[in-house]
Design a protein around this ligand. Structure first.
Ligand code: PRP
Length: 183
């Protein structure tokens, strides 16, 4: 793994504490009802697998993979579904699990797409929220941490597919042009 300069923003212990708190909030919100977790690949895998173990509810999980069409069309919010859910969600209580909300375009699209399939309810939990980067208004129902506009990696988040396995969240500092500006 390339040794790019990084500094820890959130430790594994801080994340674990907050994930348990979020799980308690979510457990209370669903009052014993069955919930279908929709984990958005790949970044949310670590968060979803930790979170679900603390939910005191009947839980199912399914996975979606999406990718944005690219910078020219990004402002349109056009998102391509690379992997869809395995089965119908009609009448189910859905909780989308994301690692980060940035521009909001991915979740704006996903929510509209999933709502058109008539679930009983739809909520969103994100571990991280960067409100400073929003291009469309989007407010998650549950949020772990609001963070400034840093490029962060670890706990599922990547830089060119590296660093997803770090137990904490780290800020990457651009060095010698290795870290290209986002978007
Ligand atoms: C990240 C994140 C969200 C999206 C948020 O995924 O997991 O899905 O970007 O950005 P937005 O609010 O600007 O739409 P990414 O495309 O990095 O894919 P990955 O999860 O596979 O790393």
């Amino acid at each position: 793994m390339k040794n790019i300069n990084r500094e820890e923003l959130l430790s594994a212990a801080e994340i674990a504490r907050r994930v348990k708190e979020l799980a308690a909030e979510i457990t209370a919100a669903y009052g014993g009802r069955r919930v279908l977790l929709v984990c958005v690949l790949k970044g949310a895998v670590v968060f979803a697998s930790d979170l679900m173990r603390y939910l005191d509810l009947p839980v199912e999980i399914d996975f979606m993979a999406v990718s944005s069409y690219g910078s020219e069309t990004a402002t349109s919010g056009a998102v391509r579904i690379l992997k869809d859910l395995d089965s119908s969600i009609q009448g189910k209580e859905l909780l989308i699990v994301e690692d980060i909300v940035d521009t909001g375009l991915t979740l704006d699209y996903l929510c509209k797409n999933l709502l058109s399939r008539k679930p009983a309810s739809l909520k969103v939990v994100t571990l991280l929220d960067k409100p400073a980067r929003r291009k469309v208004e989007f407010i998650p129902d549950f949020c772990g941490f609001e963070i400034p506009d840093y490029f962060v990696v670890g706990y599922g988040l990547d830089y060119n597919q590296d660093y997803r396995q770090l137990p904490g969240i780290h800020i990457l500092h651009p060095e010698k042009g290795e870290l290209q500006p986002e978007g």
